[in-house]
Design a binder for this molecule. Structure first.
Ligand code: NAD
Length: 431
């Protein structure tokens, strides 16, 4: 199949590369010339495990190309995927300017029947809006499909190759069949391809993210309650998660969810349901709890250290979660801003997000070349992202580097026994 993917970010690049891997001819389009230049040189604009290898192989085999020329790319393909960003607008709504703008550009470039697939996360009703826009501009036949993406950053390639399910909103059988064929190589192990109406497909994505965010905020509140009563959230989590109706995943307390999806998708579903007169109370609470939770480490530090003025704080982990360099809405950003506002100095380290952090903070914080260097002279360390390399560090080396052996662990990656044995004063979440 000839495929064009518009928007070469986490979703578009991964989808484009993976569809090329299964034998399709894929053109990836982006308006960001620097990004396309980089990709043409074989360099990845983002860090995503396994992606570079798939991209390189398919570029070498000439199944995957990159361009900024949208009209030409649209004319060359029968399936066009929209994978541009839908960032949070000022009022919390999903900003659809990129999606609708791209729909207009596609319409103008039409030269025959095309299946136009919306892969971006978009409020219910967007497929209808895209259909209207295209219908106004062209007499060529087309189908609009809603195909929300469920991959997670840090495991995006693996998720794309082995999805739990593929959701397809389609209004006609011809387009549904095209999509089934496209995804059949990825669902050989039995993952279902679920064909439904576009509104249900669009809502499925928001419902899934809102429910996952609910699990996180719920457990963060349970962790806060554990601290009030002297209970241990790890024990509670195990007990709760072993009920098969609940399951063990997504029950880890921490410093709140971040990233480019949960925060904006939670706000968007609150907004587009409110626009229909619906007060989505549970998800509003999820959002409010998350906002508070992002300050939990800073509050613990202030409680223990008193004034943070002049204190040197080491921060381990900057990306919003491990195995990505994405710092959008990362809890580390909230923490660092609060530390700086309180007059503290910050030395930080992250295995992948240092270039992004440099852009974000400039010289306002020190970006240390190694995790141990970040600890030098520190009055305390805050662990914000649970990268694997932080799990079994050389504790003696850590103690030696720090001025005070004091750790605030926002991800509960150490046991309290180990911390005691190694001579650290240790604060974590809900224990
Ligand atoms: P991103 O910001 O990483 O990438 C979007 C890309 O689109 C950018 O490279 C941008 O330059 C490009 N773009 C914007 N307007 C364009 C235009 N008019 N023409 C060509 N290119 C254009 O975004 P992302 O994280 O890949 O997310 C894309 C969509 O997928 C969003 O709706 C997001 O909510 C959804 N989604 C993201 C994830 C994730 O983990 N990141 C997972 C599932 C779904």
């Amino acid at each position: 199949m000839k495929l064009t993917v518009i928007g070469t970010g986490y979703v578009g690049l991964v989808a484009g590369a993976c569809f090329a891997e299964t034998g399709n001819d894929v053109v990836c389009v982006d308006k960001d010339e620097a990004k396309i230049r980089l990709l043409r040189k074989g360099k990845m604009p983002i860090f995503e495990p396994g992606l570079e290898e798939v991209v390189r192989r398919n570029v070498a085999d000439k199944r995957l190309t990159f361009t900024t020329q949208l009209p030409k790319a649209v004319r060359s393909a029968s399936v066009i995927m929209i994978a541009v960003g839908t960032p949070q607008g000022e009022d919390g709504s999903a900003d659809l300017q990129h999606v609708l703008g791209v729909a207009r550009e596609i319409a103008k470039a039409m030269n025959g029947y095309k299946v136009i697939v919306d892969k971006s996360t978009v409020p219910v009703g967007t497929a209808s809006r895209v259909r209207e826009i295209i219908r106004r501009e062209t007499t060529y036949p087309f189908s609009v499909v809603s195909n929300p993406e469920f991959l997670k950053q840090g495991g995006a390639v693996a998720d794309f190759f082995k999805p739990d399910r593929v959701v397809i909103g389609a209004e006609d059988e011809k387009a549904a069949e095209v999509m089934r064929n496209l995804y059949s190589p990825f669902t050989r192990t039995g993952a279902p391809i679920m064909v439904m109406d576009c509104a249900s497909a669009e809502l499925s994505k928001y419902a899934a993210n809102a429910l996952l965010a609910t699990k996180i905020s719920f457990m963060n509140e349970i962790a806060n309650i554990c601290e009030l009563f002297g209970a241990d959230v790890d024990q509670v989590r195990h007990a709760v998660g072993s009920d098969h109706r609940i399951g063990p995943s997504f029950l880890f307390p921490g410093t709140g969810y971040g990233g480019s999806c949960f925060p904006k998708d939670v706000k968007a579903i609150i907004k587009f349901t409110a626009d229909k007169g619906y007060d989505f109370r549970i998800v509003k609470a999820v959002d409010a709890v998350n906002h508070l939770q992002k300050s939990v480490l800073a509050s613990k530090m202030e409680k223990h250290l008193g004034s943070l003025k002049g204190k040197m704080i080491a921060v381990w982990g900057l990306s919003f979660k491990p195995r990505t360099d994405d710092m959008r809405e990362a809890p580390a950003v909230v923490l660092i801003e609060r530390l700086l506002a309180a007059g503290a100095r910050v030395q930080a380290f992250d295995p992948e997000a240092m270039p992004v952090a440099k852009q974000l903070f400039g010289n306002r914080i020190v970006l240390a070349p190694t995790s141990y260097k970040a600890l030098e002279g520190a009055d305390a360390m805050a662990l914000v992202t649970e990268w694997n390399e932080f799990r079994e560090p050389d504790f003696a080396k850590m103690r030696k580097a720090m001025k005070t052996p004091l750790i605030f662990d926002g991800r509960n990656i150490y046991t309290r026994e180990a911390m005691r044995t190694h001579g650290f004063q240790y604060f974590s979440i809900g224990r």
